[in-house]
Design a protein around this ligand. Structure first.
Ligand code: ADP
Length: 229
């Protein structure tokens, strides 16, 4: 089943008189259950593409379907509802809420978009913390854990609402190389365990080799699509 289908997607940013085209006629398909990477140097359009797929922005032209929905015309509220139902996000700077504990950070999306009773929430949060090996740290605050541990918590938070798709924008950019590999492998284990589709971006050629599909972006153009590595 195709989870993401982009056909001739372009994105032009208009800042006053100046326009810059960040994506030029991008077409690709990503199957459900994929573990895929968008690879390219800084400024090549990776974040722009993830933002379009994550319905944080809309293409200027082209067709884009995510989780069976045409996302090119969603308004803000519809996009937020769609994200809450279908998409989890992981960021390069972790984006944990500093005043909340590890447990509360993972619980947070459930409070926002799922009307689950407290016991069901508790069960799900503890299941996710166990999956990423962080249940012993549940009561700590983000400043009491390492960068790699923060990203483990962020992986749990992205998955807690049972999304069909997780988007991760440079999830390893602020981690040392060994920790980066561990996080990518953890994400792959989560794909295996929960069947969630993962799409992450990286500018690191070595990290890219952990992906099963790669999409190479150069100057806003898709220059290469690769299958299983
Ligand atoms: P990457 O994630 O690969 O570093 P980006 O998608 O952030 O690339 O950026 C692609 C291009 O689009 C760059 O030239 C960048 O300056 C431009 N760009 C990104 N976001 C905006 C914006 N909000 N307004 C104007 N230009 C932007």
């Amino acid at each position: 089943m195709i989870l993401i289908h982009a056909q001739s997607v372009s994105k032009t940013y208009q800042t006053g008189e100046i326009s810059s085209t960040a994506l030029k006629n991008i077409s690709f398909r990503i199957e459900a259950g994929s573990f895929a990477a968008i690879v390219g140097p800084s400024g090549s359009g990776k974040s722009t593409l993830l933002n379009l797929i994550g319905c944080l922005d809309r293409p200027t032209t082209g067709a884009l379907t995510v989780c069976d929905l045409d996302v090119t015309t969603l308004d803000r509220n519809a996009a937020a509802a769609f994200r809450g139902e279908n998409i989890g996000f992981i960021f390069q700077d972790f984006n944990l809420i500093p005043v909340l504990t590890v447990y509360e950070n993972v619980e947070y999306p459930l409070l926002m978009v799922r009307n689950w009773p407290k016991e069901k929430r508790h069960e799900r949060v503890m299941q996710m913390l166990a999956s990423v090996g962080m249940e012993a740290q549940a009561d700590k605050k983000p400043d009491q854990i390492s960068g790699g541990q923060k990203q483990r918590v962020a992986v749990a938070r992205a998955l807690v609402g049972e999304p069909r798709l997780v988007l991760a924008d440079e999830p390893t950019a602020n981690l040392d190389h060994d920790t980066a590999y561990r996080i990518i492998n953890l994400m792959k284990e989560m794909r295996d365990q929960y069947g969630t589709t993962f799409l992450f971006s990286t500018h690191d050629q070595k990290i890219m080799q952990s992906a099963e599909q790669t999409y190479l972006l150069e100057d806003g153009q898709l220059t290469m699509q690769g299958g299983a590595q």
